[in-house]
Write a protein that binds this ligand. Structure first.
Ligand code: 1HE
Length: 279
């Protein structure tokens, strides 16, 4: 049982996945219509990520059901994720270390550059590799119990699950250096103000909010979502001239899709919602 309380009307329809997704013993995966909910399921070890868990995450993301439109990732138990399973790395050689890091990169690339947007729900410890995982997802919803740390400096290691690339893009090199050099831990409120989370909700409401957001995202045209998750971060990494050119191509592709034409017609013919102030 999850320690997170969620409105029954939203979870009622979730059913355990079938096939290969049901065989990932360290992940509990359910689906409700277009939303896949993937729970890190190693609470006794605070969801510390062993090689097996990383492989299972990779397997899950390259085998998403064809009707999946959004994935929500959360952690079972009292923490989102305690990071790398330290018991597996103490005796690693340099070569092992490189292969190990590349294993994480492949799995996390499958998350960030997979077919659908991914939302993480953060509570308790979001540390080390757990923060690297959160930074890989497209949106982060945090509860007040969430806290963020990068104890690699204290453990005598360095980030190796893509943190050096993805975390500075959220909070900058300076803040990340502070976290790693001094062991500084940000609480949920600080995390929200510096951009580690997109939404800060009440305790126990993270999944509910994530499913609400997922439902909204799932109602977008799939090609728009794909452009946002695939093209936007790549364009942000390009020189302006190249970025502008790719933007032109991507927007023309998205606009040319039947779904876009229909949505624009719907607005012009007064069938679509207007943009309104948040209530
Ligand atoms: C673990 C791990 C782990 C817990 N690897 N076994 N990550 C860290 O440096 C974080 C280390 N963990 C902690 O600081 C704490 O465990 C927590 C703050 C996350 C949670 O505290 P708590 O009191 O709820 O649990 P606990 O009693 O410390 O741990 C429960 C069990 O989980 C215990 O095992 P047990 O057999 O004694 O019951 C812990 O040993 C185990 N456990 N965290 C292995 N991380 C790709 S590079 C990424 C680099 C990193 O991620 S470095 C940061 C690693």
């Amino acid at each position: 049982m999850s320690s997170i309380q969620v409105d029954a009307s939203i979870t009622a329809e979730f059913r355990p996945s079938e096939g290969i997704l049901a065989q990932q013993s360290l992940l509990y995966i359910e689906q409700s219509g277009p939303i896949v909910h993937l729970r890190l399921n190693r609470p006794g070890k605070r969801n510390a990520m062993s090689d097996s868990m990383i492989r299972q995450l990779h397997t899950a993301f390259i085998n998403l059901p064809p009707d999946a439109r959004v994935v929500v990732i959360s952690g079972e138990g009292s923490h989102f994720c305690a990071g790398l399973d330290l018991s597996e790395v103490s005796e690693q050689s340099v070569t092992d270390g490189i292969h190990h890091s590349r294993l994480w990169h492949a799995a996390f690339d499958a998350i960030q550059f997979g077919p659908v947007p991914v939302i993480s729900v953060l509570h308790g410890a979001v540390v080390g590799g757990g923060l690297e995982l959160a930074a890989t997802t497209h949106l982060r919803v945090a509860e007040p119990s969430a806290y963020y740390g990068l104890p690699e400096g204290q453990r005598g290691i360095f980030v190796s699950g893509s943190g050096s690339v993805r975390i500075p893009r959220l909070i900058g090199v300076s803040r990340m250096s502070d976290m790693m050099l001094t062991g500084r831990v940000f609480d949920a409120t600080e995390g929200q103000s510096i951009g580690l989370s997109n939404y800060l909700v009440r305790e126990g409401e993270g999944l509910f909010r994530a499913f609400e957001l997922a439902a909204k995202i799932a109602s977008n045209a799939p090609l728009s979502n794909y452009a946002i998750t695939q093209a936007l971060p790549r364009i942000a990494d390009m020189a302006p001239a190249e970025g502008l050119f790719v933007e032109s191509l991507m927007s023309a592709i998205a606009q040319g899709d039947g779904a876009a034409k229909q949505r624009v017609r719907d607005f012009l013919e007064k069938r679509a919602n207007k943009v309104e102030k948040a209530s």
